[in-house]
Design a protein around this ligand. Structure first.
Ligand code: ZN
Length: 271
């Protein structure tokens, strides 16, 4: 099989994970900027992180023949400090022309606070001004429904944002419909403990079809599984999905969305 890992935090993973992913059929990995597990103290810390995402990590992946792409932003968790966020946003334009940068992400909300919303709007405007794709993180648990609504409103309120160029990640049963109905793409995050299990994600596919949806592992420094997309494909097979349907969800859909950025090169290899 072949698949794309559209959301993984490889800076937190060991090199053996790259080997396992390539062995399982991964053809490209995409890495949104995120919270490192601790709050960074200055914009300089983000400058180094953006260099890691655009220089070091693509080289590490390339050793195993794996294409590596990244997304840039200051994550919602650190967006409470608006002054820091402004400094970090000012750094981003110099990185946007780098060959592996696909857009702005993962932006969004964490606790749905006023400052987070302000920084989200600043990111949306930055993406619009630079004609970038957007990858959105939605909050967890009790904050998810409200946070998803607030995020969709912020995106719809910007006159230059085209929904087909935005993916709303971490959707669940109660948020997927509003995302797809508004014309956005939707991502399902497969986590062993929190977020979406394999079987729930496949239930959602059965209920909502296979269009404008992708699966990702969002593997990071916490309890997570870098092969989650490959495992989910295996479970789809057991649940009666055809090889063509599985290929569309784990390969064709990510290629279609990411291909809207001219820097994303669709992998040429066979299944
Ligand atoms: Zn993430």
């Amino acid at each position: 099989m072949r698949y794309i890992e559209p959301h993984a935090h490889m800076v937190s993973r060991v090199t053996d994970d790259y080997v396992s992913m390539v062995t399982a059929g991964c053809q490209a990995v995409c890495e949104p900027a995120f919270w490192a597990g601790f709050d960074r103290g200055s914009a300089d810390g983000f400058h180094d992180y953006f260099r890691q995402l655009t220089e070091h990590e693509p080289r590490r992946a390339a050793r195993f023949g794996l294409a590596h792409y990244s997304w840039l932003c200051i994550n919602p968790k650190e967006s409470e400090d608006v002054k820091l966020a402004e400094e970090v946003l000012a750094l981003i334009p110099e990185f946007l022309s780098r060959p592996n940068v696909l857009g702005i992400g993962e932006i969004g909300l964490n606790k749905n606070s006023r400052n987070e919303l302000r920084v989200l709007e600043m990111h949306i405007d930055l993406a619009a001004r630079h004609d970038q794709l957007i990858l959105v993180h939605t909050p967890h648990l009790e904050d998810k429904l409200k946070g998803t609504r607030l995020t969709l409103d912020a995106l719809k309120n910007h006159p230059r944002i085209k929904p087909e160029r935005v993916i709303i990640d971490h959707v669940e049963e109660h948020t997927v419909e509003m995302v797809l109905e508004a014309g956005f793409w939707a991502g399902m995050t497969l986590y062993p403990e929190t977020k979406c299990s394999f079987s729930r994600a496949i239930d959602i596919l059965e209920c909502h079809g296979h269009e404008r949806l992708w699966l990702n592992s969002a593997c990071d420094w916490g309890v997570s599984q870098p092969l989650a997309v490959a495992y989910a494909a295996q479970e789809m097979r057991a649940r009666g999905f055809t090889p063509a349907e599985i290929d569309q969800v784990v390969f064709g859909n990510p290629v279609a969305f990411l291909g809207q950025c001219g820097k994303f090169t669709p992998p040429a290899s066979d299944r």
